[in-house]
Design a protein around this ligand. Structure first.
Ligand code: NAD
Length: 259
């Protein structure tokens, strides 16, 4: 399949995990890429790796903090200046933040997590939708979480931000369907990326691998998800095949959110 021939796909959080996996999937199917992340070294590594796996791929990278509105305008402008359009947007960058009961959850931590995971997604939507509306087409996938559709515990900032992403997705899906723009969210469960490894290390130190096994024993499929499985879902939602799916929040979690 070559679902992204001549398409430009913009991805935030492109230096790692789910962003990297989605980038590979759409690049294999012909997309040109604009990858955005705070971590420029990570972006350069991912760019090299993608160029070795997909030799004719065209990639630009933009170092930016998605919680900064001006930086968001800049990454959107740079993408349009270089490629002339944005067909797909994976609005994905996020952090988990420190885990704590609500009474012990730091207010600064709460603001930081919401700033990145929710305000960052809002800024991305605001400036990319402006471009897509003028084009008369586009598709957007926001990254929510299982923690955005049910209570997980110890994650006030994360839960608030990801429930907010679900709200933004439904609201903007209703607004922009008339412009031939589909906007959906994915709600991943535990997918083995740097973020999950970091969180297990925070909980269990050197015993993080055993803690991980115990954690996923509660999942109906008894395993972590793989980043490439999320990459396939994102590619489908960004493709024309999914054009009539709009305002939806799609879990990818082995069934965890239905237990
Ligand atoms: P990851 O840590 O591997 O990748 C996240 C990327 O986002 C990193 O490259 C990081 O540098 C970047 N980033 C963080 N803050 C940023 C900022 N302010 N500006 C720009 N870039 C920033 O983690 P991941 O698992 O790939 O997470 C991607 C998204 O998926 C996040 O929104 C996360 O909340 C969500 N998610 C992940 C899981 C999971 O199990 N891995 C589950 C549910 C939701």
């Amino acid at each position: 399949m070559n679902r992204f021939e001549n398409n430009v796909v913009l991805i935030t959080g492109g230096a790692s995990g789910l962003g990297q996996a989605a980038a590979l999937q759409v690049a294999k199917e012909g997309a040109k890429l604009s990858l955005v992340d705070l971590n420029d070294d990570g972006l350069q590594d991912v760019k090299k790796q993608l160029e070795s796996e997909v030799p004719d791929v065209e990639i630009i990278t933009v170092e930016a903090d998605v919680s900064d509105e001006e930086a968001t305008k800049n990454y959107v402008n740079k993408t349009v200046e270089h490629f002339g359009r944005i067909d797909g947007f994976f609005n994905n960058a996020g952090i988990e933040g420190k885990q704590n009961l609500t009474e012990d959850y730091g207010s600064d931590e709460f603001r930081k997590v919401v700033d990145i995971n929710l305000n960052g997604v809002f800024y991305g939507l605001k400036y990319v939708l402006d471009v897509m509306k003028r084009q008369g087409s586009g598709s957007i996938v926001n990254t929510a979480s299982v923690g955005g559709i049910r209570g997980v515990g110890n994650q006030s900032g994360y839960a608030a931000s990801k429930h907010g992403v679900v709200g933004l997705t439904r609201n903007s899906g209703v607004e922009y369907g008339q412009y031939n723009i589909s906007i959906n969210a994915i709600a991943p469960g535990a997918i083995m990326t740097a973020m999950v490894e970091g969180s297990l290390k925070q909980m269990a130190g050197d015993n993080w691998e055993e803690a991980g096994e115990e954690f996923v024993s509660a999942n109906p499929m008894k395993r972590f998800g793989k980043p490439e499985e999320v990459g396939h879902l994102v590619a489908f939602l960004l493709s024309d095949q999914a054009n009539f799916i709009n305002g939806s929040v799609i879990p990818i979690d082995g069934g965890q959110s239905f237990k």
